[in-house]
Ligand binder design. Sequence first.
Ligand SMILES: [Zn+2]
Length: 364
Amino acid sequence: MKAHKCSNTYVAGAIIAFVIIVMACCVGFYSTSIIDTHEHIESIKKIPILLKADDEHKISTTILLPTPTETLTLNGDKSFTNYRENTDEIFKIVEAYPRRFIPFCTVNPLESDALQYVKHCIERGGKGLKLYNGHSYYYDIFDIPLDSPRMAPIYAFAEKNKIPVLYHINITKYIDELERVLQNYPELVVSVPHYMVSSINLDQVAYLLDKYPNLYTDVSFGSLEYMAAGFRRISKNPKKYEDFINTYSSRILFGTDMVLSDSEAKNFAFMNNTIECYKSLLEKRNFECDLVASYYKDRLNENELCYSQCKPIEGEFCKSLKKKIDVNKKRYLEVIELNGLHLHPVVLEQIYKNNPLRFLNANS
Ligand SMILES: [Zn+2]
């Protein structure tokens, strides 16, 4: 009787193990919760719906990056304002939800108390640093090279204290300056997000990852225009991006970069759909992403409306609109169904959790 029971247990155990292996290998099963390493938020008001969206998608922890008003509202002002107020707001959020959010700090490198401010923010509990001066928009405002002596004390402090830096840099434009920074501060841990703003130029991203072991990137693309273009680019050539991610699987971080301003448009549906789209891109072979499809459909509709009012119909402006409509149609058709990367669960675990923990220096 005993032996019989035991053999049943054995059989049941074997079946469960087999099911787990099949799920892990074939269904995209991964056991871990997810760390989102790249988010901006204007105020604590949006936190309950963000948490609802995060819970839907197993995101347990989110890094919050202090953000100037110009990035939150895209108001076009050539300035860098209210980042300290937004930092205070982030600390308020972390105090209210300490298990769910990790605060970073930021700084205006031109201010005379820049280093003091960074030190104070880290003492207050900041776990990393977000820098904006490599973003083309702010590069012009700050008007200093990435390897400027003004930045030196900030890099030195971050390197010495193992403070990770999330540094938005378009490497197609500023690679030489970035390389000088990485060579001068070899222990500095840096994530240059959005495939280093160069998903079109993966060879250059690979070159930097090969050369600098403390360098990371993330899978976010930024605002909808860039997200749509990035998803379309990957969908057209998924094997190339799958190979890239598999090769650099220990250096890629999950991030969504939804830039959650107080705007009505940044609602639960937007958050839920964005997270779903990014996860589907990584996990599935084929998927639909309504945000991306709608983006191209809206451009098509706008241009078709303009064309319908276009006079004289043979004029140059109307002809150029017709060409745009053809491009819009082609792009829309390309994104109705998208190709994803269908990454192995082990690689997903790295991107979702192991790499973010290492980036945050929480693994040691
Ligand atoms: Zn961002």
